[in-house]
Design a protein around this ligand. Structure first.
Ligand SMILES: Nc1ncnc2c1ncn2[C@@H]1O[C@H](COP(=O)(O)OP(=O)(O)OP(=O)(O)O)[C@@H](O)[C@H]1O
Ligand SMILES: [Zn+2]
Length: 726
């Protein structure tokens, strides 16, 4: 028997595929169990090889797990793009693309279900002879018409009814696969009430319609509250009516039941939801349904981009600037960029929407690679939030707030409105110091001050999560005079309770919203005006609709002005603009005040006076002059180790191997967070105005770097198009 050579992506951290023999050809996308070292691993067939140089050491495929490929052509081609573009191990890419249960080897055909049908006696029994048991009679009648799954019977009848009929041998159970209900959702599809689009919305909707069935990327740049979601809704209407499916990506925290409800209400169909809290079983079910065309709309966070669609019609990425779309470990892909690749592979339109587009996307729109759609007015008559700087130099401060700010808060509260106070730190205070000797309590593994958490009476390191009880004495001089420095959400909450005892307040940060549906309950209560003062972190900035908020206060915006991260101004501008967007969304106009020690700072001036759109275009010019992304391609090689000099040496050696006339090498240098969890962290930045040249050079150099003597002693990784320099 002649054997064939199979190319398999095996889940090991090596940048290559592996060859195995098998007695017959296997299609790409089928899972196989293969021997690897002394283990058996589940890999995915990615192709066949006709010639292999050395066949003597090849092993055979141990078992074939699927009859049909579990990955379709689109997913296979995106996987290949992912491992090539991100220079990542193919087997690990495959495992990111597959649902967890399939990675582990579960069957890819849905588990059979229990069904019931009538027996011969059951068929011959007139239901009204059971008149003393009307529920049984009704159930029998239903099954006489057609068999039904246990799940669907239980929606109407109790298990006792089923049991009674079975015992009388009128019905019987059997196992069968769930039938594929391809496009069944279309029978429920019905467009609900919708507003008339304003002229800008109408232009956007028409432009998207025109490109149906073609690859066409759009940037929908619409100020906060301008009705972007309404554009999505009306743009996908025809797509769904034609029986095609829509995939919508949203930021992790933006995926609220309200968002989902808006789509369900409009179209009357079930919407599949995917996010990090979904169980593996539920995730697999959505994967099956989407793949077989049983579901019309899938809304999900980053990894939902891997959901297979039988009849793809459109992809939407809402808040496309959001950082949660970039994975920051393992396969460091950007879901927005993958969405572009996917839409191009599937020949469908892609809508990237944001009030604060990333500079990358904005540049693509301004250079006409993407069609640029703009919504410059708020919908339904709401007016833009006015933004102002509040100079706090020399001002007495109470709990981080200047007297001027407190006066404004009093005014808004007395008019029955809500006030949102933003502070970028959770916990009570970002540091605990000794008033006697000046010593700061520091996490030894990260060399960063501990954050004080009063509620739990503990110190917590926000870099590694380590916690310890609150000390009563300074560990250096034993003085008991320990004081906190700086302000966090907890402290602000306590302070505001003193200053505004008549106003109910709520704190929203990752500590206070822990637990299922907690955030949702809080958001609902806010809109029922159960609270007047909203205190919180970034979470508050993400897409929420707060009709009663008229004042937004930013406690401190100076930190980001002097950051070592060239993306910090962009991030600050996005945050401030999104926060401002929470106010004045309904009939009441809103205002925003930013407390600062740098009221003349050009960035703040530009943002406050001219808005994000102007700021972003100016920031793009600056990036162009400095030859920074998106005007160059960047890759970071990071290395970390317990012994700093080993990581340093590894990157220095790498740097020598990476020399190239068209690639600029910066570093090695310490990462912005130099030490975390006891490891010293460094990075080497590669930059080039020629993306292709950079990638090809990296592809050829990585085997050399992998073979360096220190490579096995450090943790190192490749980050393509990095967004985070910490
Ligand atoms: N054409 C319209 N006529 C009347 N009301 C509209 C229209 N378009 C949108 N709205 C309403 O205006 C509000 C804001 O719209 P929407 O949520 O779609 O904006 P958005 O741009 O997605 O908001 P954000 O990005 O700030 O979250 C919603 O309450 C929506 O129902
Ligand atoms: Zn730490």
């Amino acid at each position: 028997m002649t054997s064939v050579y199979i190319d398999v992506a095996v889940p090991v951290p090596l940048r290559q595929t592996f060859t195995y023999t098998h007695d017959s050809p296997l299609p790409a996308g089928v899972r196989v169990s293969v021997p690897f070292g002394n283990r058996k691993l589940i890999g995915v067939v990615v192709g066949m090889l006709t010639e292999v140089a050395d066949t003597s050491r090849l092993k055979a495929v141990a078992a074939v797990l699927d009859e049909q490929p579990v990955l379709d052509a689109t997913q296979l081609s995106l996987s290949r793009w992912l491992w090539q573009y991100y220079h990542h191990a193919p087997g690990e890419v495959m495992h990111t693309v597959l649902p967890v249960k399939l990675r582990k080897g579960d069957s890819a055909t849905p588990a059979p279900q229990t069904w019931y049908r009538v027996t011969a006696t059951g068929a011959a029994t007139a239901a009204d002879t059971l008149s003393r048991a009307p529920r049984q009679a009704a159930c029998l009648q239903m099954l006489q018409a057609e068999p039904a799954s246990q799940a669907s019977i239980k929606a109407q009848f109790s298990m006792a009814v089923i049991k009674a009929l079975s015992e009388r041998a009128l019905i019987e159970a059997y196992e069968a696969a769930a039938p594929v209900n391809d496009n069944a959702w279309l029978s429920q599809f019905k467009v609900g009430e919708k507003p008339r689009p304003d002229s800008q919305q109408a232009v956007a909707i028409a432009a998207i319609h025109q490109q149906a069935g073609k690859f066409a990327p759009f940037l929908l740049e619409g100020v906060t509250g301008s009705g972007k979601t309404e554009v999505y809704l009306q743009a996908i209407e025809d797509v769904l009516a034609a029986g095609q499916q829509v995939l919508i990506l949203v930021p992790e925290i933006g995926l609220t039941p309200q968002t989902v409800a808006r789509f369900t209400r409009r179209f009357g169909i079930e919407v599949a939801v995917l996010h990090s809290q979904i169980t593996d079983a539920a995730r697999l079910q959505v994967w099956h349904q989407a793949r077989h065309g049983e579901i019309g709309i899938v809304i999900g966070t980053r990894s939902a981009i891997f959901t297979p669609l039988k009849r793809p019609g459109m992809i939407i990425v809402d808040e496309e600037h959001d950082e949660s779309f970039k994975q920051q470990d393992g396969l460091r892909y950007h879901a927005r960029d993958l969405a572009v690749m996917r839409a191009s592979t599937e020949h469908i339109p892609l809508v990237l929407g944001s009030a604060t587009p990333s500079l990358e996307t904005l540049n693509n729109a301004l250079s006409q690679r993407y069609q640029h759609l703009q919504l410059t007015q708020r919908a339904a008559g709401a007016v833009a939030t006015m933004q102002h700087l509040l100079d706090v130099r020399d001002q007495p401060m109470r709990f981080g707030l200047a007297e001027g700010t407190l006066t404004l808060m009093r005014q808004h509260l007395s008019q029955g409105n809500q006030v949102l106070v933003f502070v970028n730190r959770r916990g009570y205070a970002p540091a605990l110091l000794c008033h006697h000797c000046g010593h700061t309590e520091t996490c030894r593994r990260c060399e960063r001050p501990y954050t004080v958490h009063c509620a739990q009476q503990r110190l917590q390191c926000h870099h590694c999560g380590a916690t310890r009880p609150m000390p009563t004495r300074c560990e250096q001089c034993a003085s008991t005079e320990l004081v906190t420095a700086g302000i966090g959400t907890e402290q602000l909450e306590q302070g505001l309770a003193q200053l505004f005892p008549a106003s109910a307040q709520v704190r929203i940060d990752s500590d206070s919203i822990r637990g299922k549906d907690k955030l949702q309950t809080i958001l609902d209560d806010i809109n029922k005006q159960a609270f007047q003062l909203l205190i919180g972190t970034q979470i508050l900035s993400k897409g929420h609709h707060f009709p009663h908020v008229t004042l937004v206060v930013v406690v401190d915006c100076d930190g980001a002005l002097f950051s070592g991260d060239y993306r910090a101004p962009e991030k600050l501008a996005q945050l401030v603009t999104q926060l401002a967007g929470r106010a004045g969304r309904a009939s009441k106009p809103g205002e925003m005040w930013l407390q600062t020690h740098n009221p003349q700072h050009p960035l703040l001036q530009d943002l406050v006076n001219n808005g994000y759109a102007h700021f972003a275009r100016h920031a793009l010019l600056e990036r162009k002059m400095a030859q920074l992304p998106p005007f160059c391609a960047q890759v970071i090689i990071r290395a970390e180790a317990m012994e700093g000099d080993v990581a340093w040496r590894f990157l220095t050696d790498s740097q020598q191997r990476l020399a190239h006339q068209h690639v600029t090498l910066i570093g090695p240098m310490p990462s912005l967070i130099e030490k975390r969890q006891g490891r010293f962290r460094f990075m080497l930045v590669l930059q080039s105005s020629r993306r292709k040249v950079l990638h090809e050079h990296l592809r050829l150099s990585l085997p050399v770097i992998t073979a360096l003597p220190d490579a096995a002693k450090v943790r190192w990784s490749v980050d393509v198009d990095p967004t985070d320099f910490s």
